[in-house]
Write a new protein. Structure first.
Length: 393
């Protein structure tokens, strides 16, 4: 196939800015090679390729790699593309996404595509996520952030860049149109004071990319027709409006106000300062809820709900009595939906405990001195004996 663009770093762009200002020709500046490897073991087939003429349309790539890029694990497989909206402006979003390694790509309003995490590596873009019975969708997908808002159309240059980027990634990884998802499709919330069960509606992020008119402009001819996790009873629908947009006949409001009316039970965060795609991680009694039940719902006494008690003890919900659970002090940290993997010892490494997830950013290590680090901060050779490993179920 013919690839799009040759890598352009920010330094190169600024160095050539003088010549651009003078109106001089830079024939090599925008000739790019998007990605030059293919996944051999993928079994999926893509649909229609974009013509070479379309691919050549004024695309520009800039490397803006996160400090986390070198530490992130390579995905075991790539089955999905997940589309996001930044819910904020380009510069603030780029800084946040880069700082936290929260996307593989970001498409700015002028069509510029920023590389943030290598296409083959895990970006922390989907957060707490579930699709067709599979959890932690960041592990199996490429995350593309599009500068804009969930209920507003994107620019014409963004359409051109995003369409070509999606097409190229589909060809590399053999991803079908119906496996190009939105963040709002895969995100879910764990039980809390409003919902006693896990639920859809935690994010409206990227919901415009589920509408027929937008998908048509992106060259996508099909999409998921329903939420199989709802059908299977793994989650409930908490935001009927969002569900109708994703799978029904709902349409986006005709408004320039990005702060559209939000269901009071739907958790949606707006603004440049948000950590839109961060793993939910720790919750705190007294901050996220008054009681464990308000934070974890039906799972408050589950073996997959982990409590960090004062004095350094760590206990699973099923190890605590109802009295103890009802009298936990404010400031107690809780992890919901995690496996208590046990401790690292001489003959029990982190890999033996949680396999390939040992260096995933969603995996937590609690060191003997009480310090907690995520998997992408860990050097496997320097994990102290007695370190507790906790990973997503």
């Amino acid at each position: 196939m013919t690839y799009l663009l040759e890598d352009i770093t920010r330094r190169e762009l600024f160095r050539n800015g003088f010549f651009i200002a003078l109106g001089l020709s830079l024939p090599n500046l925008f000739s790019c090679n998007l990605e030059n490897t293919k996944t051999e073991d993928s079994k999926k087939t893509t649909t229609k390729p974009i013509s070479i003429e379309e691919k050549k349309a004024t695309l520009k790539f800039i490397d803006n790699y996160s400090k986390w890029n070198e530490k992130r694990a390579i995905r075991p497989q790539t089955d999905y593309i997940v589309l996001h909206t930044t819910e904020g402006g380009g510069l603030g979003s780029l800084n946040k996404l880069t700082r936290n390694g929260e996307a593989n790509y970001m498409v700015d309003t002028d069509g510029t595509i920023y590389r943030i995490i290598d296409k083959d590596k895990i970006a922390k873009h989907a957060g707490r996520s579930l699709w067709n019975g599979r959890y932690n969708i960041s592990t199996y997908s490429i995350g593309i952030e599009v500068v804009g808002y969930a209920n507003q159309d994107i620019t014409s240059t963004q359409y051109k860049s995003l369409k070509s980027l999606i097409s190229e990634l589909q060809e590399i990884y053999h991803i079908n149109d119906e496996d190009v998802l939105t963040h709002s499709m895969v995100a879910y919330g764990t039980p809390n004071k409003w919902h006693s069960e896990s639920y859809r509606g935690r994010k409206r992020c990227g919901m415009l990319f589920a509408t027929p008119e937008v998908r048509k402009k992106l060259g996508l001819t099909s999409k998921p027709i329903n939420d199989q996790d709802v059908s299977a009873g793994r989650v409930i629908v908490a935001d009927g409006y969002l569900n109708n947009i994703l799978y029904g006949s709902g349409s986006l409001p005709e408004t320039n106000n990005h702060k559209s009316k939000i269901s009071p039970t739907a958790r949606v965060e707006i603004g440049d300062s948000q950590t839109e795609n961060e793993f939910e991680g720790f919750r705190v009694i007294g901050v996220d809820g008054v009681t464990p039940w308000e934070i974890a719902g039906k799972e408050y006494a589950s073996s997959n709900t982990i409590y960090f008690l004062k004095g350094g003890k760590v206990r699973r919900g099923n190890q605590l009595s109802k009295y103890n659970l009802d009298h936990l002090p404010n400031g107690t940290n809780i992890l919901v939906g995690y496996v208590y993997g046990g401790h690292v010892h001489r003959n029990r490494s982190a890999i033996k405990i949680c396999g390939r997830e040992w260096n995933y950013p969603s995996t937590y290590y609690r060191f003997p001195d009480g310090v907690i680090k995520s998997g992408d901060e860990i050097n496997q050779q320097k994990i102290p004996k007695g370190t507790l490993v906790l990973y997503r179920k």
